[in-house]
Design a protein. Structure first.
Length: 158
């Protein structure tokens, strides 16, 4: 009985520790993101949609504040231009240089189309490629961002 209790307690403490680490990592990502993203992360949502030829990254204001919407649009316009050149410095500074898919996206920039589009309440970046390895790298990159951003991000359509 005592052994079962000790095992159960250890499992509970391990789960609590993992949950606390995830929360700490999400808070750390939010802190780093504030230095790169000019809009309020807590008042926005990132939605990543993997597609067979790439995918989309949409960011929208949760409350429709026109100032936030314009900040989101300006940021994603700048990021889309940078991504088109293979410059992923901003996401790398938030998520780390070893982020899954990042090296492949940087190296394959010339084989990927990247387009900025304003949408209601924010903006969207569309990534397209006919290279299946770049599609896979992009999807890994999306998944890493969803994990890091916690409640401020989600994967759609997977």
């Amino acid at each position: 009985m005592k052994i079962t209790f000790v095992i159960a307690l250890a499992a509970l403490l391990s789960a609590a520790s993992a949950s606390a680490q995830e929360m700490d990592h999400s808070k750390h990502t939010e802190h780093l993101g504030a230095s790169v993203m000019p809009f309020d992360l807590a008042r926005s949502i990132h939605v990543f949609t993997p597609l067979t030829d790439g995918g989309t990254q949409a960011v929208t204001s949760r409350d429709g504040d026109p100032v936030q919407v314009e900040l989101i649009r300006a940021h994603l316009r700048k990021e889309a231009e940078a991504f088109g050149r293979g410059d992923y410095a901003d996401p790398s500074s938030i998520h780390g240089a070893a982020m899954p898919g990042l090296a492949e996206l940087q190296a394959g920039a010339s084989r990927m189309g990247i387009a900025f589009n304003p949408i209601p309440e924010g903006a969207l970046v569309r990534f397209t490629t006919s290279d299946p390895k770049l599609v896979a790298a992009l999807h890994l990159w999306f998944e890493a961002q969803v994990r890091d951003h916690g409640a401020d991000a989600m994967m759609h359509g997977s």
